[in-house]
Design a protein around this ligand. Structure first.
Ligand SMILES: Nc1ncnc2c1ncn2[C@@H]1O[C@H](COP(=O)(O)OP(=O)(O)OP(=O)(O)O)[C@@H](O)[C@H]1O
Ligand SMILES: [Mn+2]
Length: 559
């Protein structure tokens, strides 16, 4: 209504315009029309048509009328289909969800839509919004039976998956092909679980640092035990110990510093570049994304909450760039320090990405926040093996990786050592879920400790590119899980526990409160965790359904 209301001022302007144009016409229309005017006149063609009609025979006139009627009727049908007036008897719900590029599924989705509406009606509820919201768009491809038979539940508690977990605890469903029960999982069985200290016959010296003690306690199946008090001790040392020396770490793509503390303690430092709410640039590929120090901190906490314990302890700390970096370093890096136009102290170091004046790391004015990751044991004590990740991305802006092109890629991986037996493939499934939760697309390699052979855990190293897009869930990170349809009983149990109980976002938020640079994560990143858990659980459910009724679900492939 407001649109049609004209103020006094506007009305006056409006009238003036009309009067103005009328005046123009009155002036112009006085002169005799030229042939050009004739052609322009709206009456000219109408007059010609009438004359032609008169000259026609009756038969021709009838044929013309019939054609006109047919054209009109066709037009009506088209309008009917679009607007659902019901003339054609073909009803398409006006607000029905339309899926683009889903030609095969047309019949089925129409059926699903009907069933959904029918069930809601008969249930007398208005739960359609909740239903739509509880169905994650990424995995709600072709509806499963579970989706259709549920009359808009307020929240899906994944009771079907819980049933399998319960059966496995009671010693049933032991040969499940998707959910691997504890008694078939070497991470649970742990027939042997020696520590690095035991393997190397090393004991911490009398005045050993907390980190040295921690390193010697790293075992075949995890970095540290659940509740290990040394974790907190190591974190505290990295925050409160004086920094004796700093040098740039060789290798790697982006700037990192090695921090030396007293007593031989070392940490890997990644500097803060942006505020917490700065997201990955939309036109940046994962491989040209900047590293985020807070992602390293949050990922350590998340890895611990999920019970993996495969990430080294990481903590945040604010440094004085003058006394804690510039004064205690030497070499080429010194030449890269400068004072910015905003009077902040900056440096850029030397590395293959973003190590130039345009991408400098700047303090405020000389206080710089960063992440400090406890150092892994040196290669003299525990050498590491670097593995190419089978689901590595192409790291090329146009090329695709093999796993993106082959739907049965997992069959190849499953039959190739070390993925054909033991815990390794299950570890990659965990890593895929961990990375999906954090949005980390940068898992090109992974590392293990050589001394433990193949039956050892995979380290969760380098989470610098995680937590970059809070509102985007990158389903391709789940490709290992989606293509192999394999998950540890223990991992699934954890995910269901967080989904049905205290949300993962809350647990992580609470855990991060102990960090000196808290708040570590932007809230939307925390919210994303709860949303992504649902996607993972949906994916596992689809795998289970597919395993139980393979033919019916053949078309339900995700990737
Ligand atoms: N906590 C640690 N202690 C000791 N060394 C580490 C630690 N974390 C990582 N490293 C080593 O440093 C290397 C580089 O670290 P990281 O992967 O985090 O940096 P990066 O610049 O992201 O590397 P890239 O660009 O190759 O991914 C790793 O491959 C690993 O071998
Ligand atoms: Mn990296």
């Amino acid at each position: 209504m407001r649109l049609f209301y004209l103020s006094g001022w506007a009305r006056a302007r409006w009238r003036r315009r009309w009067r103005g144009s009328g005046a123009v016409c009155a002036r112009d229309c006085k002169r005799s029309p030229t042939p050009e005017d004739h052609a322009r006149s709206p009456h000219a063609p109408r007059r010609t048509t009438a004359r032609t009609m008169l000259n026609m025979k009756l038969k021709e006139r009838l044929a013309l009328a019939l054609s006109a009627f047919l054209v009109l009727f066709t037009l009506m049908l088209v309008v009917d289909l679009q607007m659902d007036y019901g003339i054609s008897g073909h009803r398409v719900p006006l607000h029905g969800r339309v899926r683009i590029g889903d030609t095969e599924d047309k019949g089925r989705s129409a059926y699903m839509e009907f069933r959904k509406r029918f069930l809601q009606k008969s249930n007398g509820s208005n739960g359609s919004r909740e239903y739509e919201q509880s169905a994650p768009s990424e995995t709600s491809g072709i509806g499963t039976e579970t989706e259709s038979r549920t009359p808009a539940p307020p929240a899906d508690r994944y009771e079907d998956l819980q049933k399998i977990l319960f059966a496995q605890i009671q010693g049933k469903a032991e040969d499940h092909t998707v959910i691997i029960p504890p008694h078939r999982d070497l991470n649970v069985l742990r027939p042997d679980n020696p520590t690095i200290g035991e393997m190397e016959d090393l004991e911490p010296s009398v005045n050993a640092s907390n980190l040295e003690k921690f390193q010697l306690k790293i075992s075949q199946h995890e970095l540290y035990e659940n509740g290990e008090p040394l974790v907190d001790a190591v974190l505290k040392d990295m925050v409160y110990s004086p920094i004796l020396h700093v040098e740039q770490k060789e290798g790697g793509t982006q700037l990192k510093l090695i921090i030396d503390y007293p007593n031989g303690v070392q940490a890997l430092f990644k500097p803060m570049r942006f505020a917490r709410d700065v997201q990955t640039l939309p036109n940046h590929f994962y491989f040209s994304d900047y590293e985020r120090h807070n992602a390293e901190i949050a990922a350590f906490h998340l890895d611990r909450i999920l019970g993996f314990r495969r990430a080294m302890p990481v903590v945040g700390r604010v440094l004085n760039m003058t006394t804690e970096i510039y004064d205690v370093t030497e070499g080429d890096i010194l030449k890269t320090f400068f004072v910015s136009p905003a009077n902040n102290f900056c440096f850029h170091g030397k590395c293959s990405y973003y190590c130039d004046t345009g991408h400098a790391i700047c303090g405020n004015p000389d206080m710089l926040e960063g992440s400090f990751a406890a150092f892994l044991p040196s290669s003299d004590i525990a050498e590491r093996k670097v593995w190419r990740h089978p689901w590595r991305r192409s790291y090329h802006k146009r090329r695709k990786a093999t796993w993106e092109l082959q739907a049965d890629y997992c069959d190849t991986v499953r039959t190739t050592p070390p993925y054909d037996s033991g815990r390794r493939l299950l570890d990659l499934m965990d890593m895929s879920m961990f990375d999906f939760l954090t949005g980390n697309m940068d898992r090109h390699h992974y590392e293990t400790f050589k001394m433990f052979g193949n039956e050892t855990f995979t380290l969760h190293l380098d989470q610098g590119r995680a937590f970059g897009k809070a509102n985007h869930d990158e389903l391709s990170i789940l490709a290992p899980l989606l293509q192999c349809c394999l998950v540890r009983h223990t991992t699934l149990a954890q995910l269901i526990k967080y989904h049905n109980g205290t949300p993962l976002s809350k647990l992580l938020r609470d855990s991060l409160k102990s960090d000196p640079v808290n708040p570590v994560l932007w809230e939307p990143h925390l919210a994303a965790l709860d949303r992504r858990i649902v996607t993972i659980l949906d994916a596992i459910r689809k795998c289970v359904d597919k395993a139980e009724t393979p033919l019916q679900n053949e078309i339900n492939d995700f990737v």
